[in-house]
Design a protein around this ligand. Sequence first.
Ligand SMILES: Cc1cc2nc3c(=O)[nH]c(=O)nc-3n(C[C@H](O)[C@H](O)[C@H](O)COP(=O)(O)O)c2cc1C
Length: 402
Amino acid sequence: MSRVAAPHVVNISDLRRLAERRLPRVVFDYIDGGAEGEKTLRENSRAFETVTFRPRQCVAVPQCDLRTDVLGTAVNLPFLLAPVGSSRMFFPRGEEIAAREAGAAGTIYVLSTLSGCRLEDVRAATKGPAWYQLYLVGGHEAARAGIARAKAAGFSALVVTIDTPVAGLRERDIRNGTRELVVGGLSQLPFLAQFLTKPGWLMDFWRDGGLMHFPNVVPPGRGPLPYLDVAAALEQTTVTWKDFRWIREAWGGPMLVKGVLTGEDARRAIDEGVEGIIVSNHGARQLDGVSATLRALPEVMTAVKGRADVLIDGGIRRGSDVVKALCLGARAVLIGRAYAYGLGAAGGPGVARAIEILRADVLRTLKLLGCPSVNELDRSFVDIPADWTRVERQFRHYELTN
Ligand SMILES: Cc1cc2nc3c(=O)[nH]c(=O)nc-3n(C[C@H](O)[C@H](O)[C@H](O)COP(=O)(O)O)c2cc1C
């Protein structure tokens, strides 16, 4: 019996537990942790708990349709795999493996700029659609080169992440010696013991070439960016609305903006001509104290008014969370940690298991709700806390007066 089959693994928390067992503390906490006091990390999940379902009973729905389309691309599932940087540190060829499993399930894989595998190899690994997530790390010329390569390789949309003007303070990373381990030398010595208890991961790590580079970030006249600690890399990635013009020209295809949390920014993004908006707080890894993404969704929906596809991520651990987000208007969701735990736990089978758990959850939830298709989910299937609609009303008022 596979290690990730039932009864060992029944839900995403079980995959998280297995990932914690296989990975050194510094890698597990890099996946699992959030910024500062992790308030937003907790809130992302709690927000889903405060929304309750209103099922339609005595309705026969023998077949349920999970298919939808996102920016005109047909997908078999209403969830995509979010960009997760340094996935290659979780499992050998991590990004290629995750992309392959997404494709096998008929959904989209979004590749991070800060990937350990070459974007061409990742594109070739999946038979499904793939999108490229852009950071301006390494400077504009490196970004232009990355965009050109992504276009040539066949990535079909560009996701511009806008919430990383500096890296969030990930306190767990500091305690685990992330920086010291990357820099090397004597300062890493106090942090090395954590690897000795994880021989399986250590063998995989060396087999896969040791500390990865960033092969998709190649500043002119230099080789691929070495593995700085991720915090330092993120500090060079400020993007402003002004950048959208040259990015759009360089890309020449559909674009999404990732990291929107307010109606104002959603409106601004649409003015810049994006086709998709991802309501995201970077999995609560950047500014601690921002609202849970689900809570921000109604305001963004009010601002967008159907002019772009709205997606959401953050805190999704069950298919019922996916369904709640769709009820509030999201076209689809992205999952981050849910599949990253699977990758860290067991590579490809772990990612496939995460996808299967969420797929089965969504299907069962639809049946229990008496709804035949993800495209027929709407607000009538949920109750949301009263103060959520107050924010929405305030934004409508703001729109009328601005
Ligand atoms: C380990 C890790 C690495 C991430 N790396 C990136 C990245 O390189 N680019 C990006 O736009 N978002 C990145 N994110 C954020 C995810 O794309 C996504 O917004 C977030 O994981 C969603 O929340 P969830 O993990 O609770 O599902 C990362 C998230 C995690 C957990």
